[in-house]
Write a protein that binds this ligand. Structure first.
Ligand code: ADP
Length: 407
């Protein structure tokens, strides 16, 4: 079945056209800088040349028309007719407490996603905009919402409650939600396919290390704790996000620098993390290059990043009273041997032994074991594929629904 997967940001639409039976990414691409003078358009067909273009695109509906124009063009032969696309899967960042699984989008679901805007003011509005634009474009096929938070629904209260007055949980649903759920779900399922042990008996730590980064403790196939919290700001140090800090720092800074609250928000979300620590870049490749050239701050940023990963791994081994496998995934986890080595060194007491040779000789895109043969805990690189999870969920739900609720 051909499924279009859509991931909308405030000024961007990323897409993947996936053939779910063969699990083939037929084409992927994005429209960026929607609403700016010129938008940037990129398409990457599986069996074709990458295409890059610029033109004026004023809104998400136009962006989707542009994408469909490319997919339907007789020159590209990717989709014969719009009717060949049988479902649209939408990545939605925050499902609040309501959504434990992916769902067919109808009016009630739209309302519930809207209600969750309060919890994810940066992410849910563009997600919703994307859904509205896509329904306008494809009213007669089912649309499915797949939530970043859904996989973490299994967190026990002791893991999701914060140490603040309980009435704030009851009144405003302030709790840990966790994110990157589709990625943690996908890589853990890939691991289960490799082993003989029953899933119920497994303990896995999944490290999704990209621009955004989070770690999940997965026991018996279910997420039992995760490093991101009420929002995707907490936990690990990230590209531009601070991760966990002492909340008093914010009060202190507001006073010392006379900062308005909106600036504090930008400070911890967009000017902190690797970028803030290094004063140079948010991108791990740039930091590694500069650290190798002797830049002390870039080296420190990498050190802090890796130290936090190690701390979460240690704490999740305690949470689960053991661990069968640690999975490394996403841009940094899959590609940065240095980060894997630094994050996993000195964990031999906990049964983690990295094989440096294996760690330094990984073929990109392949599942690879990088622990030693006698390591009690297996360490694996498993490339993530969030879009495939969204496509498969969308295909299943669309098939069960039979027809779109929008016609
Ligand atoms: P996101 O999807 O969250 O935007 P990605 O999963 O694509 O992020 O990860 C982006 C990060 O991966 C960047 O910090 C980038 O520098 C890093 N990365 C990608 N390739 C490499 C590499 N070969 N070596 C080190 N870091 C890499």
């Amino acid at each position: 079945m051909q499924v279009l997967v859509i991931n909308c940001g405030s000024s961007s639409v990323k897409y993947n056209l996936i053939e779910t039976d063969g699990r083939i990414d037929v084409c992927k691409g994005m429209v960026e800088r929607i609403g700016a003078v010129t938008a940037i358009i990129k398409h990457q067909p599986e069996n074709g040349k990458p295409v890059k273009d610029t033109k004026t695109i004023t809104n998400h509906v136009e962006a989707l028309q542009e994408i469909m124009g490319f997919l339907l063009s007789p020159d590209n032969k990717l989709v014969d007719s719009p009717a060949d696309i049988k479902a649209v899967g939408h990545r939605v960042v925050h499902g609040g407490e309501m959504f434990k699984d992916s769902v067919l989008i109808d009016e009630d679901v739209m309302d519930a996603i809207e209600q969750a805007i309060d919890l994810a003011p940066l992410h849910n509005p563009p997600n919703l905009k994307g859904i509205q634009a896509a329904i306008k474009q494809f009213p007669d096929i089912p649309h499915v919402a797949v939530f970043d938070t859904a996989f973490h629904h299994s967190l026990p209260a002791k893991a999701f409650l914060y140490g603040i007055p309980n009435r704030f949980y009851r009144r405003y649903k302030i709790r840990k939600y966790g994110f990157h759920g589709t990625s943690h779900y996908y890589v853990s399922r890939q691991y289960y396919k490799m082993i003989d042990k029953p899933v119920e008996d497994t303990k896995v730590i999944s490290c999704h290390l990209g621009n955004g980064a989070s770690i999940a403790a997965i026991e018996g196939g279910k997420s039992v704790d995760t490093s991101m919290g009420f929002t995707p700001l907490s936990g690990l140090v990230m590209g531009t996000r601070s991760g966990d800090i002492d909340p008093s720092i914010l009060f202190y800074l507001v006073e010392k620098e006379e900062l308005p609250l909106s600036n504090v928000h930008a400070l911890v979300n967009r000017h902190s993390g690797l970028l803030g620590l290094s004063g140079y870049a948010a991108d791990m490749r740039d930091l590694i290059t500069e650290a190798q050239n002797g830049d002390r701050r870039c080296q420190q940023a990498i050190d802090v990043f890796c130290y936090k990963i190690k701390q979460f791994i240690g704490s999740y081994i305690a949470t689960m009273n053991g661990c069968d496998a640690i999975i490394m995934t996403a841009g940094i986890g899959e590609n940065a041997a240095l980060v894997r080595e630094k994050s996993l060194e000195h964990l031999d007491f906990l049964g983690v032994k990295l094989d440096k040779e294996r760690n330094n000789n990984v073929n990109p895109g392949e599942i690879t074991r990088i622990s030693t043969d006698d390591s009690k805990v297996e360490v694996l690189i498993i490339p993530t594929n969030e879009e495939l999870v969204i496509a498969i969920d969308a295909a299943k739900i669309a098939q069960a629904a039979g027809q779109s609720p929008w016609i």
